[in-house]
Design a protein around this ligand. Sequence first.
Ligand code: SF4
Ligand code: SF4
Length: 156
Amino acid sequence: MAFNCKQCGTCCMYMGDYIEIDREVRPFEFECSSVSTGTPFYATVDEDKRELFLDLTWIQEHPSACRFLRPSREKIVCTIHMTSAAQCKFYRCVVFRVYSKKRMLLGTVTGTLALHTGDKELQSAWEKVDRIIPWDTPDVEDRIAAYLVEQGYIPE
Ligand code: SF4
Ligand code: SF4
């Protein structure tokens, strides 16, 4: 299932200690480190986000946020989208949402394939996923979705 990032910024709000700027090489270009993986990366502020990046008002009010995060109208965006760290590119907060037949939202499945739900029946159905679908199968997400459909849920 294709993941569609809504650019809400939530996942980057506490990344200030994890995405470190080591050195400004020249205007809008930085040597950085991804602290959790110990991986260096070279960041260039996207050309269309340079004005946003230079406005420090919001970021100074949010000291825990990643230094490259900025508000842009109703969104909160990464200003180094083109050159962000590998784990930022692959991060998916939600693979799909799980609805009842009456289209009530019951839970979400994260990019690490963890279910978040307060619904006991869905939780119980999910516990069987572990036993019937191998996690290392390449089409695991599609198979989980198909299983949920069989159980009467709508994964989207
Ligand atoms: S990955 Fe998810 S939490 Fe992060 S900005 Fe996109 S929609 Fe928001
Ligand atoms: S580099 Fe971009 S995507 Fe990664 S944590 Fe910072 S703002 Fe978020």
